[in-house]
Design a protein. Structure first.
Length: 276
């Protein structure tokens, strides 16, 4: 049976985006006995079942999961359904990640009434799945000029609201602290020293310019790819959106795999990749 629900896709944005999600995975089931490793391809389907990938083939995952927020539709996923979806997708990420491989999740905390600590929730889920927490990067996106502002708190102590100008990049590894595989590193000394600091200042990508409501900055993905992978490693993004992780991987001579449920965004990602 084909069941459709609505949830927010996109990367690293509190705005979110509404698209149709197919919970019936029968189309992917036909490939369950054809586990082959692929490179440089974006699959137009859910990451709940990454049957296209063999175990332990991914060196690094860089992603920003969809946010199930807002009241744009009566068909939004319930909290229970949303976290069930996230658990299944990242369970698959764990399966395909090599021992010592890394997972980076970009996520923002949400809301004000109440404030929702999404970063803590995702950390708890990843630890439950078996990932080892390795730290977190504070991605500072601006100096505050474009940050959210609650006018009702202007010059008043009654209810001042914190304006977020940052997001979190949560870093995990599978099984071990070090990668077992070796290869050619592409990171320079100065970049290594800067990238191992816990605060990164990187401008956000422009949604209108890219054609996606929440584009992931290529520079942010490139930093993680340079820091946590070697040339020719395979990089995964299970919520690839506009394709920024794939672009970053290509720029740095890595291969990529992406999953995206929106055919529109698959086309957008492929278009951006063709323009490199």
């Amino acid at each position: 049976m084909d069941k459709k629900s609505v949830f927010k896709t996109g990367m690293g944005s509190r705005k979110g985006y509404v698209s149709k999600f197919q919970t019936d995975l029968s189309e992917t089931d036909v490939n369950k006995n054809k586990k082959t490793n692929h490179e440089n391809i974006i699959f137009n389907k859910s990451a709940e079942k990454m049957d296209d990938l063999i175990d332990n083939c991914i060196s690094l995952t860089v992603t920003s999961p969809p946010y199930n927020i807002g009241k744009l539709s009566d068909n939004d996923l319930s909290d229970e359904a949303y976290w069930k979806l996230m658990k299944q997708c990242f369970k698959e990420v764990y399966r395909v990640t090599e021992s010592g491989g890394r997972l980076v999740i970009n996520v923002a905390n949400l809301g004000r009434k109440p404030y929702i600590p999404f970063s803590n929730m995702f950390t708890d889920l990843m630890v439950e799945l078996g990932f080892l927490m390795r730290g977190e990067i504070i991605w500072q996106k601006s100096k505050g000029a474009n940050a959210n502002f609650a006018w009702g708190s202007w010059l008043s102590a009654s209810n001042p609201v914190i304006r977020d100008i940052h997001e979190y990049c949560l870093v995990f590894s599978k099984e071990g602290m070090s990668k077992g595989s070796k290869g050619k590193s592409t990171i320079e000394k100065d970049e290594f020293m800067e990238s191992t600091l816990s605060i990164w200042n990187i401008n956000p990508a422009r949604a209108k310019k890219i054609g996606h409501p929440a584009p992931f900055p290529v520079e942010l993905a490139e930093r993680f790819i340079n820091l946590y992978s070697y040339e020719k490693d395979l990089i995964l993004d299970p919520f690839i959106g506009s394709g920024s992780t794939a672009i970053a991987a290509t720029n740095l001579k890595r291969s990529y795999i992406g999953y995206e449920i929106s055919s529109e965004y698959c086309e957008l990602a492929e278009k951006r990749l063709s323009e490199i």
